[in-house]
Design a protein around this ligand. Structure first.
Ligand SMILES: [Fe+2]
Length: 307
């Protein structure tokens, strides 16, 4: 397979993971990302692995509703998203589809070859298809992230991965409560952001946990989102979760964020004991309910309205 990062240089290898980095990619040439292939993927995608979200009006823009594709042809879904205020997230595509798994494995083989010291050990991808006016609010992710633009244009704001934009307490809360978008944001943060316009054929990489937000600026947006882990990332997640438990469950302000030594192993044991407990499950019970479906013309039908 030809190189997927089409203009990667030695300078990019030095910057990777340390600074935000916009790079050229050739995923648009892959048959898997043609419109018919994507339409086919959508119409065969297992229910438990996708989320279809309708966004509220600008006045109550934080009100998201979750819906169902109800067997619509993939082309009709793409048309509905192009016209509406929707986004469709096909989660864990590499786990569901063998051809996507092979392509993603090849991408990571190329990254490992090109970047000395890059040590990803697990990776998965999703495909995010969203309306021209869609946006993703300020948040941070615990795993490493890459954003690959296939169609449409996005603007991405990337913020420093330290205080006040992101604190250890925020990381603990994300690990414990499983809700990335609840970390605080103020418009003045934007003065400290780096802003990238992402067009088809471009991808973005950024430092671990760096908060970001995204606005679609032109056309139906199709992106591949990649998340990856490594032994160090996994250990950091264990510490965030254990420190979150200490703080919220036991009222102890955690002092150490070490990812080795006896303190680390005590925390690893603690989070293993607690992570599936009723208390943690209850804290995460911000469950989304299915409240609409798309009809044959691509209109959202409210399932919650009284019959
Ligand atoms: Fe993200």
């Amino acid at each position: 397979m030809a190189g997927i990062l089409t203009s990667f240089t030695g300078r990019d290898a030095l910057l990777w993971g340390h600074q935000p980095l916009k790079l050229a990619h050739g995923l648009g040439d892959q048959a898997l990302f043609s419109r018919p292939a994507l339409a086919r993927l959508i119409e065969t995608y297992p229910r438990e692995h996708y989320s279809l979200i309708a966004m509220g009006s600008p006045q109550d823009s934080k009100l998201w509703r979750e819906g169902d594709l109800t067997g619509l042809p993939g082309e009709a879904v793409l048309d509905a998203i192009a016209k509406g205020r929707l986004w469709l997230n096909l989660r864990n595509v590499s786990g569901v589809n063998a051809a996507h798994r092979r392509l993603l494995d090849e991408i990571f083989a190329q990254l490992h070859q090109a970047i000395p010291g890059f040590e990803a050990s697990k990776w998965e991808n999703g495909i995010l298809i969203s309306s021209p006016g869609a946006q993703v609010y300020y948040h941070a992710d615990l795993p490493g992230q890459l954003l690959w633009q296939i169609a449409g244009k996005k603007r991405v704001w990337l913020y420093p991965n330290g205080a006040p934009f992101l604190t250890q307490r925020h990381l603990e809360d994300i690990a414990l409560f499983d809700v990335e978008v609840d970390i605080p944001y103020a418009p003045w943060y934007d003065e400290h952001a780096r802003i990238f316009d992402l067009a088809p054929g471009e991808m973005l990489s950024w430092p671990l946990n760096a908060p970001h937000r995204v606005e679609n600026v032109e056309g139906l947006s199709i992106s591949m989102t990649v998340s990856f882990s490594s032994p160090a990332i996994r250990r950091a997640e264990i510490v965030h979760l254990a420190n979150g438990l200490l703080r919220h469950r036991f009222g102890i302000a955690p002092k150490s964020r070490r990812i080795e030594g006896p303190g680390f192993f005590a925390k690893a044991a603690l989070q293993k004991l607690m992570r599936n407990s009723g208390w943690v499950r209850q804290q995460r019970q911000a469950r989304r309910e299915i409240t609409f479906r798309l009809d044959s013309s691509g209109q959202a039908i409210d399932l919650m309205a009284a019959e």
